[in-house]
Design a protein around this ligand. Sequence first.
Ligand code: SAM
Length: 291
Amino acid sequence: MDYNSNSDSSNNNINTCSTYGITTQSNENNDELWQSEAFESLKNKGNGVVELGCGLGQISKFLFQKYKNMVGIEIDSKALSILSRTMPGFDYIHDDVLQINYKELCINKKSKLTVIGNLPFYITSQILFCLLDYHKYIEQAVVTIQYEVGKRIIAKPNDKNYCILSILFNLYTKPYLLFKIPSKAFYPVPKVEAAVMKIFFKNNYLNCNLLFLKNILHHAFQQKRKKLKSSLKPLLKTYQLEIPSYVADLRPQQLIPQDFIHLTNQLFPLNKYPFYPDVQTKVWRKKKHGD
Ligand SMILES: C[S@@+](CC[C@H](N)C(=O)[O-])C[C@H]1O[C@@H](n2cnc3c(N)ncnc32)[C@H](O)[C@@H]1O
């Protein structure tokens, strides 16, 4: 099966910071990223620029110079109280990034969103799934994440990192793993390596019942060493369906992302299992998170 990816998961294609003129030894030098080419494409005063976890403003101070209409989201009230003194005029929302309604934010800002952030590692995946649920309202994202998560996002079929994140980010976005940031660039030094990702959100929607797509992906990747005829058995049994012969003996890592859409439509066609994307807006996020 052919796989036409926009990214390359090989280590060779992951630049080091110095490729971007960023030496890696100090926070000061990493600051250059936030003033750099990563945001060249923004045309206005940054109406749609949203910083997730703005903290004490280490990144915001650079962004705010350029994008006066940006907004930061931060859960820590102490950080915000300091920020409001050090950066007067900076607009922020005191809330959990997982509870924000990004559709409303997009409408209020009259602009698709550019999401920026040095993401809190403990909820990186949940934030990424949340952004996928709001993909229609987001133009691009530039985020620091764990390097391992970045490798999973850009992984291709048959790569050991190929997983649900790889499939969804391929379907909804064009993801690029730009470069690694050495741990010592952070304080306190994290146990894992970090990397910067740039993600362009495609202007499309997935034409299938997303809840069944999710179900199929979960069953398939929960037991990813098994053939699909075995891993999907419980789901197929519930709906009294037969697995199509062309995928029966394959394992999930052998399918390209589009194959999963195709399979979903074969097993759960929209005319029998309708799906209303504007009503069912919470698909990829965990149920307990906000809408
Ligand atoms: C890695 S720090 C980045 C801080 C700052 N932007 C920087 O780069 O130095 C992550 C920030 O996200 C905030 N944060 C953590 N969980 C959050 C959540 N659920 N919603 C909003 N902010 C959160 C933390 O308080 C912290 O300020």
